[in-house]
Design a binder for this molecule. Sequence first.
Ligand code: ADP
Ligand code: MG
Length: 153
Amino acid sequence: MPEVNLYAGDEAAMLALGARIARVTGGRGVIYLHGDLGAGKTTLSRGLIRGFGHEGKVKSPTFTLVEPYELGEVQVFHFDLYRLVDPEELEFLGIRDYFEGNALCLIEWPERGAGILPKADMDITITPHEAGRTLRLSPHTARGEAWCVALTD
Ligand code: ADP
Ligand code: MG
């Protein structure tokens, strides 16, 4: 399955892309978000979470490490592991429970949780390009491939 490349010219387009990705996932799976500080990982996550009908704030979980959202049938866990010192810390958060349920997990800075996090269905790498951002979507599982197929329809 080849990668899918998308472009978001501004923040509004990024939020719209998030909502589109939310729809194809159906609210289940694991997405790793890559990109430098300020790339737009939290913005894209906000678009995804709002895509499931969330109307309140989506704050960056930089200090809490994870923010849970209950959105009707869908459960989303938004992680930001930037401040994680040791992947073992994740064990204390009880993250196994998060990954055993039928939730969608969005994970910023997943490399900091290496060895503890489950495998990603898809990596999304965000890079600045002109005034906006390019998103490279790389699927790693049959589920991730199905998402990419749905996104290119
Ligand atoms: P990260 O979580 O990767 O550190 P954030 O999403 O917090 O990044 O911040 C990204 C910044 O870039 C915000 O100021 C946001 O308004 C802006 N931004 C997000 N997506 C785009 C885009 N597609 N084009 C231009 N600016 C964007
Ligand atoms: Mg962020």
